[in-house]
Each structure stands twice: as structure tokens, then as C-alpha cells.
Write a protein of this length. Structure first.
Length: 143
């Protein structure tokens, strides 16, 4: 079941715009239920250079956050894609005032069973292994 809203997609697009602007890159967003959120391309839009997965951190500013979380499943999928395509994967957290990002190769954190306290009807991923990453490991770009 799909829970992503139009607001989520807009936040995702804005995060990708911010990252790509900083590094003179471009992107192609995937469909809402895709394996990964976007393909990052060189600015000539001719060569894939990386992949990106965006997570929303709604209602939080960067300086008021100690950690970010991501499902272990998402990291595994990113790693699998990185190996298959021989391209790096960037994980991005979109805060209200900017983005925090980290490359797959640089991730370190702790793993714990987690997810939503109240499981949504039809969801298969509301309770799963989550990775908590200190914001100290992220790089930041402000809006």
C-alpha cells in the first residue's frame, strides 16, 4: 500500500533540487513506488553518476535534531543497486530548513527494531529494523 502524499513528493523534489544545485548535477525522479527515489545525472543529463533516496523530516529543523533514521531495508536496497550499477548512493533527509545527506559508504549507526508506534492498516513496513545515524555524520545544505 502506498502512503506517500503529494506534499511528500514536493519535499523530495525540493531536496533533490538543493543537492543537485550544490554540485552542478541534475536528476530524474522515479515513480512513487520505485526501488530508489532518483537517478542523479551529470548536468549535461547524459550520464548517470549516482542514485538518491530521500527521507522527510517534517516539522524539524536541522539544528534541533540529534539523529536521523532510515529503514535497514532501504540501506540494503541502496547497497544492492550500488553494487549492480557500480554507482554510489546518497541518502538525503529533508528537514524544514535544509537537507542533511550522507553517502552509503560513509554510513555508521545503530540498528534497532522500530518503526511506527501504531501500524497503519495495509502497511508491511511500519514495524521493521531501523538504523539511527547521528547528525554529526551528515553534511548539510540549507534552503
Amino acid at each position: 500500500m502506498k502512503f506517500e502524499t503529494e506534499r511528500d513528493r514536493k519535499r523530495q523534489t525540493n531536496a533533490l533540487i538543493r543537492l543537485c544545485y550544490e554540485f552542478n548535477l541534475n536528476f530524474i525522479e522515479k515513480e512513487t513506488d520505485a526501488y530508489i527515489d532518483a537517478v542523479i545525472r551529470d548536468n549535461a543529463d547524459t550520464k548517470d553518476v549516482a542514485y538518491a533516496e530521500v527521507k522527510g523530516v517534517v516539522g524539524k529543523e536541522i539544528n534541533k535534531s540529534n539523529n536521523v533514521i532510515i529503514a535497514l531495508r532501504k540501506l540494503f536496497r541502496g547497497q544492492e543497486l550500488s553494487i549492480q550499477k557500480n554507482l554510489p548512493v546518497c541518502f538525503i533527509w529533508s528537514f524544514d530548513d535544509g537537507i542533511g545527506y550522507i553517502w552509503l559508504k560513509d554510513i555508521e549507526g545503530s540498528v534497532k527494531q522500530g518503526g511506527r508506534a501504531i501500524v497503519r492498516e495495509g502497511s508491511t513496513h511500519d514495524r521493521e529494523l531501523m538504523v539511527k545515524i547521528s547528525v554529526e555524520h551528515l553534511k548539510f545544505l540549507y534552503f
